[in-house]
Design a protein around this ligand. Structure first.
Ligand code: APR
Length: 236
């Protein structure tokens, strides 16, 4: 099977009702990034940070995977699929994707604030002040904040560099190092970008831009592009 790597951002979950970060309706229009998603904010006011993520969590809990998440999961019938997501929601998993790498953490996990290896799956329970890890210190969300290392970045680069097909859905490609992943894709492989808005990508060969929302662009990707590739390989 061909290796298909799908790299997603907030846009794939937009039609599930989860707000994106940038743009006129983006979360960062309402909140200052540094008040909610930074080590500085955590040091200054952990209660505020926990409230911010408890709200995000309630939103994710109430959301359902949309057609784009579902189709990405179904691609596993024809391809060896690896999903790399910047999203902290679990909608890829709930849609049935079995191989999902979260670059910026996962809202359904907490972690120790003194040992980044102590990670706990807590589902949709809130984290509140006084909830401690086994070392007796405050739990924080298992989210990668601005200014922090992205622990899964090396793994993501490796997956992209071995891809046969690379698909990007719903990211403004503004946040590094994640945005640089596209440069790790082999030059000769087919690359697809699905987003309803203009995205600046320079010097990328073999890139097809499907300028549509995720739930419209993903069926186009499959029916007009991937099926043709598979037919060439006699795999359909
Ligand atoms: N379908 C597909 N794409 C969409 C849709 C949709 N229905 N609606 C919006 N988009 C696109 C926007 O055009 C934009 O390009 O999704 C993208 C969302 O961009 P951002 O809000 O910047 O989100 P993302 O790229 O995922 O942000 C990266 O920034 O704040 C941090 O840690 C946070 O992981 C996040 C990172």
């Amino acid at each position: 099977m061909k290796k298909l790597v799908v790299f997603t951002g907030a846009g794939i979950s937009a039609e599930s009702g989860i707000r994106t970060f940038r743009g006129s309706d983006g979360l960062w229009e309402e909140y200052n990034i540094m008040d909610g998603a930074s080590p500085e904010a955590w040091a200054k006011d952990p209660k505020l940070v926990l409230e911010f993520y408890n709200k995000r969590k309630a939103q994710v809990k109430g959301a359902q995977p949309n057609l784009a998440h579902q189709l990405v999961a179904q691609l596993e019938e024809k391809f060896e699929v690896k999903v790399i997501t910047q999203n902290i929601d679990d909608l890829h998993e709930r849609a049935g994707s079995t191989n999902v790498l979260h670059l910026h953490g996962l809202i359904t996990q907490s972690r120790s604030s003194v040992d980044e290896n102590l990670i706990y799956t807590i589902g949709f329970d809130e984290i509140n002040l006084g909830d401690n890890c086994e070392k007796g210190t405050q739990l924080r969300p298992n989210i990668v904040w601005f200014g922090e290392e992205v622990p899964n970045m090396d793994k993501a680069c490796e997956l992209v560099s071995c891809a046969d097909i690379f698909v990007i859905i719903g990211t403004s490609l503004n946040v590094h190092p994640a945005a640089g992943l596209i440069h790790h894709a082999p030059t000769n492989i087919k690359k697809y970008l699905i987003d309803p808005n203009e995205i600046k990508v320079n010097d990328i060969e073999n890139l097809t831009f499907i300028r549509e929302k995720a739930t419209v662009g993903t069926p186009i990707l499959i029916n007009q592009h991937l099926k043709v590739l598979l037919q060439k390989d006699n795999a359909f």
